[in-house]
Write a protein that binds this ligand. Sequence first.
Ligand code: NAP
Length: 295
Amino acid sequence: MTANKLSRYPEFHMSNTARFAVFGHPIEHSQSPFIHGQFSKQTGIALSYSAIDVTPEALPTALEAFAAGGGRGVNITLPLKEAAMACCVDMSSRARLAGAVNTLTWSSSGWMGDNTDGSGFMRDISDRVREHIRGRRALLLGAGGAAHGVAPALADSGVEELIIVNRTPERADKLVDAIGDPAHVHTRYWEALGDIGSFDLIINATSAGRDDAGIKLPFSLAGQRCIAYDLNYGEAAGSFLAWAKAAGAAHLYDGLGMLVEQAADAFEIWHGVRPDTDAVYDALRERGHSLHTGD
Ligand code: NAP
């Protein structure tokens, strides 16, 4: 690492405390520094954790500089999850299957990549809120980085059938092909959402809720005992959860629990200790991250 490269990232100067960070663009609204700070207090593991704005073009240099300054782990968020793969010397099989990396761990040979989106989602829905998803007919909306993390875990969870639908159908086709379970996992066109019957598990893994127009779906999709789960949280989850409530879904969840669980997975990879996620989830709700259902 040249002095010139390090000087572009003055916040990376050497320190004795193990350094961790979340990289993304934009990054100022990230909850990860709060979450890892809570995990650190809870477990007594001293660390520094910061949120760093990095563009995809700057990612390789930023990672090199971070490691040279004592960086030992990085969470990767939008829009860097695919670009991060090229910066890894090796990856877990779930990161390879997802085609996206959200957790990097420094080793003597370089950055090791993992993807904890799928495990974070499964822990939240199965362990924290204790929903039984085995045997359900499931619809996954979206085929971006998050859907790639969640879909293999869902396909493996015992759901009766998984249909993946994306605005750009080729991305859903690719994801379904990568999972390779044609008896249970299929794709349909977004325009045909009104003709594919009802589901008892619907997961929104699109970022449509961030647009002013929100997400528009036919009411026929939600079956009577439907669980509606939005990977987004806060206002970004509002339009999907308001639709699900109006469509008669029985249980509504946003992605705040998944956020905490996937962070706990990263913490466990880095420190070998699983923190208590319930306390941190409650603290985030108390900090104003309420469930938006359009009320
Ligand atoms: P991404 O890679 O950018 O993918 C975005 C997805 O949304 C694509 O499938 C895209 O479809 C679809 N989309 C965007 N606008 C749409 C619209 N108006 N109508 C229909 N589909 C639309 O993003 P990502 O990483 O997958 O993340 C998706 C969302 O999940 C983000 O909002 C993110 O914050 C959230 N997330 C939450 C967690 C958590 O821990 N709770 C973890 C990861 C992600 P096209 O392919 O057609 O563009």
